[in-house]
Ligand binder design. Sequence first.
Ligand SMILES: [Zn+2]
Length: 305
Amino acid sequence: MLPPSLRVIERGWLNCNQVVMLSPGDNVLVDSGYCTHRERTLELLASPAGLDGQPLERLINTHCHSDHMGGNAAVVSAYGSLITIPAGEVKNVRPWTPQSAWMQEFDQRADPFHFDDTIDAGDSFEGGGFEWEVHAAPGHDMDALMFFEPVNRILISGDALWRDAMGFVWPEEGPNPFIDAARETLAAIERLRPAAVIPGHGAPFGNAAEAIERVRGKLDAFGRDPAKNARHVIKSMFVFALLDRHHMRLDEVGAYLAKVPCYGRLSERFLNRAPHSLATWLLEDLHRSGAVVVRDGIVRATSTA
Ligand SMILES: [Zn+2]
């Protein structure tokens, strides 16, 4: 059970969850969702499940990926809030370019925004009448942060820990600094012993120890088999792109994969596949697992945006 001053607006996989921390005169929002769903984000924020008509003084990002900061500009134009980002993300959003936060590499978008200040591991901030400790959460994003409230032992984990997984980590042949960092983050979460975790995606959950074990198992498998890790990244990115575009024509998938840099790069390094054979494998795999449906030559993701 979360305290009533904390509200979690659960979204899907294109949009991260929004966490509203209510404290009159100092309301805080954690993460703003994806830019193309900005209207929906503002609607949910204004609703009784969110701010319920109250002002919003501050927006804080766990990390600057497009599904977490894509709605920053929309939130600021609606509420005039200040924006705080992780100190390590400054290099990724200033100056703002098409490749800010790797968007060109992945064919993603975000509305450009200006931040007002930064936070870093070791800092703390007030939210919902509680003091939140800021902890480093590298792995999926090496500059990500997570927020911990020690009285109720609540962790806002961003993409460092979900109930059954975590945000993808980059594959590497041999030693993998991203996997090592992710393991350290899991160990840090273990030491915090959260009673409740509010993840960046999916519903809040209680049993952090079990979630950590599940994620460790995945990281072990990815560490042993970088090609498996690369396939996971490719599948995650493509499902995200489908959610962004709503659907794609089956006969366009090969050209799409050839056009967006991350697929060719991963495929060349780890899978040794040409774009069209990559498309065949990808669609078969996603179809088999139920992640996409194909009807009348059109492919759609089955997950919630
Ligand atoms: Zn995310």
